[in-house]
Design a protein around this ligand. Sequence first.
Ligand SMILES: Cc1ncc(COP(=O)(O)O)c(C=O)c1O
Length: 444
Amino acid sequence: MKPIYIPEPFRIKSVEPLKLLTRKEREEKIAAANYNVFSLAASDVYIDLLTDSGTGAMSTAQWAGVMVGDESYAGAESYYKLQISAQEVFSMPYIQIVHQGRAAEKVLLPILLEGKKYAIANMHFDTTRAHVELAGARAIDCVVPEALDTSAYFDFKGNMDCEKLESLIHELGAENVGVVIMTITNNSAGGQPVSVENIRKTAEIAHKYQIPFMIDAARCAENAYFIQQREAGYRDLSIEKILHLCFENADCFTMSAKKDAIVNMGGLIGCRDKKLFEAIKQRTISFEGFVTYGGMSGRDIEALAIGLKEGIDENFLRYRIGQMEYLAARLDEAGIPYQSPVGGHAVFVDAKKLLPHIPYYQFPAQALAVELYLEAGIRACDIGSFLLGNDPASPSPAASTRSPISTSSPTPSATSRNAPPRSRATRSWKSPRSSATLRPNSAP
Ligand SMILES: Cc1ncc(COP(=O)(O)O)c(C=O)c1O
């Protein structure tokens, strides 16, 4: 059935004007930016799909919260509100505020990886990978093979390959693996969801070998919505209940709150173990600030406490995922290949398939992002050979989903990610005019 456009479950009270440059102006701007879309001034972009991170529009309740935010250095009222809100959403006893997701990784991962050699994840986001490597360990991806075929239908393409996980643990030695990580949704695989069954199985394997199991929760609300819609037995459960069923398996989590908690800045760490929490607090004080503000202003903590709850609203999530389905259907009409079924926060166009004449190591997804800007003033970004950089074990650029371990059979992916901000984009951002600009030029 063709997806219909689900009307926005909100009214817009304030607008930000946009300008559209001419083609010639865009050619000049992208050349001046050395063909790096991250170096463009945002004011030179018409439709900004670079990321959904920190770019969402806050609600009236959150803006009202900004006004009552408590800026006390220690023990601010906003801090206690956040504790309650996060404990309710994640059902996890110990919560630490930090300023964003990578700060959470910087605080937590070196504790878990001390004296260890490996972290294994369904897929590491690039900052997670970086913090694993900064802690002196190797980051190994272990996603299900279905994730690598953008045209194959599979309900939970973000899942961990559990069989491979267990054989990797044997191969590497359980004593060398510091953490098993589940990224929900799996950003690098295209915002693809992970099932409760897979989370449980993965946790079981990790715990069998006394390895901590961590969730990267950046888009856990979107993931819970997919579970509700696709996994047998969850249709009648609330998003909050599904989150509890996911997080009850985890020893700890990190979260970039800039996604599903719909704030412009913020991050969280959660854990169950008091001793681990003490270590987290110590490192937070060194890197982020005192434990009750963790690098955040009180007003932002207040907005986060509210956003955590608003982000799990089912109507909002239906609209949010519906946006992606609508945009994906426009691409289907134009014959554009993408990671399908479409994920939660973005449409990942398969640049390798769309531009087969550009070799993987000449960055097809980056080339596509530049062309999109030239053609229509749209800013997307590469999630592929350009983003990943070099494999630390070899001089060649890293392959997406690569694993340095002999049992792997890496199949590089190169996608161009189009990620609409939450509550900010309206229908015209996904109109045929926008998607028509994605039509391939008769590639050889
Ligand atoms: C899955 C995932 N984990 C971690 C991060 C890092 O979060 P932040 O950008 O808040 O540092 C991101 C950011 O996009 C992400 O998508």
